[in-house]
Design a protein around this ligand. Structure first.
Ligand code: SF4
Length: 306
């Protein structure tokens, strides 16, 4: 019967058996009938027996080799090239225009000394504006803007409320007081250092949202205000302001906390102060937005207490 042998140890064992048999036959032919006993070895404690691992590879005697000449060790493999750095996360702008490129105003630059007069011209146009009949019937007066015509930072809200309609100044009610606190206590600026305006210059009845037509009617005035003041940064207050100026339907939670641009001007969006009064828990997010803005403007961000 032919046995299939595929184990190298079996081959070696068979070879040894064949050699022993050939040796014994050779001795027998030479007249040797007995073999001397080998000296007895002391028994090996069982625990000392180290059995070779079953899967140990067969030992192959190496042929006599020439004197080993120590070869210089090969140079260590060069370290793998450094991984390319991950793309940077969207960072706050370091300086106006450095991230977003040049501003994109169409109107000519107006010298700072001439800006008040240029804005006054627009304010007169606004005061006489009757493009939105419903708002014209409802308003006490138009509400144009407040603050410095040379401000680095411009806040843009949605529309005047009852207090603003009565006084003719944006952000003077409870929400306005909170915005003032954000500017002064939070950012360390004076309210008169910034410029504050709304998309609509007339109060919508019952403080309803502006209609798209009303926003469209009034947007040209705001555009001209931005072009004259040429702020380095814009802060859009509330959903209406953000979605209108950024031309998006995204929610405020998706728009806040990152940079946008409007006319090339680095812009952030954050919650409207009126929303913060109704949802104080959102003040933390809004403060983070302002800190992002402050870092970009080079303002000192107060260290966290505790
Ligand atoms: S909201 Fe603007 S466009 Fe409409 S009437 Fe008032 S100023 Fe004119």
């Amino acid at each position: 019967m032919e046995v299939e042998i595929d184990d190298e140890r079996d081959i070696e064992r068979i070879r040894l058996i064949r050699e022993v048999r050939q040796r014994l036959e050779s001795l027998a032919r030479a007249g040797v009938s007995t073999l001397p006993k080998s000296p007895e070895r002391p028994p090996v404690p069982r625990s000392a027996v180290v059995e070779p691992p079953r899967e140990a590879p067969p030992v192959i005697s190496a042929p006599a080799s020439p004197p080993v000449v120590e070869q210089p060790k090969p140079a260590a493999a060069p370290p793998p090239p450094p991984r390319p750095a991950p793309p940077p996360k969207q960072r706050p702008v370091e300086a106006p225009g450095s991230l977003f490129g040049a501003v994109e105003f169409k109107a000519p630059f107006i010298e700072p000394a001439d800006r008040s007069a240029a804005l006054a011209v627009i304010a007169q146009e606004v005061a006489a504006c009757v493009r939105c009949p419903v708002l014209v019937q409802n308003r006490t007066q138009t509400v144009f803007a407040d603050g410095s015509p040379t401000a680095r930072l411009m806040f843009i809200g949605e529309a005047p409320g009852a207090d603003e309609d009565r006084r003719g100044v944006p952000f003077v009610g409870k929400a306005g007081q909170l915005l003032t606190d954000m500017i002064t206590k939070g950012m360390g600026l004076r309210r008169e250092d910034v410029y504050i305006a709304n998309i609509l210059k007339c109060r919508p009845p019952e403080n309803r949202d502006p209609t798209p037509e009303e926003s469209s009617n009034c947007f040209g005035y705001l555009e001209r205000q931005i072009e004259i003041v040429r702020p380095e940064y814009l802060c859009l207050l509330g959903r209406i302001s953000a979605t209108t100026l950024l031309n998006t339907a995204l929610s405020m939670s998706r728009l806040r906390g990152r940079w946008h641009r409007v006319f090339g001007v680095p812009t952030i969006a954050t919650y409207h102060p009126a929303y913060l009064l109704r949802n104080p828990a959102a003040k933390k997010d809004s403060w983070e937005d302002l800190q992002m803005l402050m870092r970009a403007m080079g303002l000192v961000v107060p260290k966290k207490k505790g």
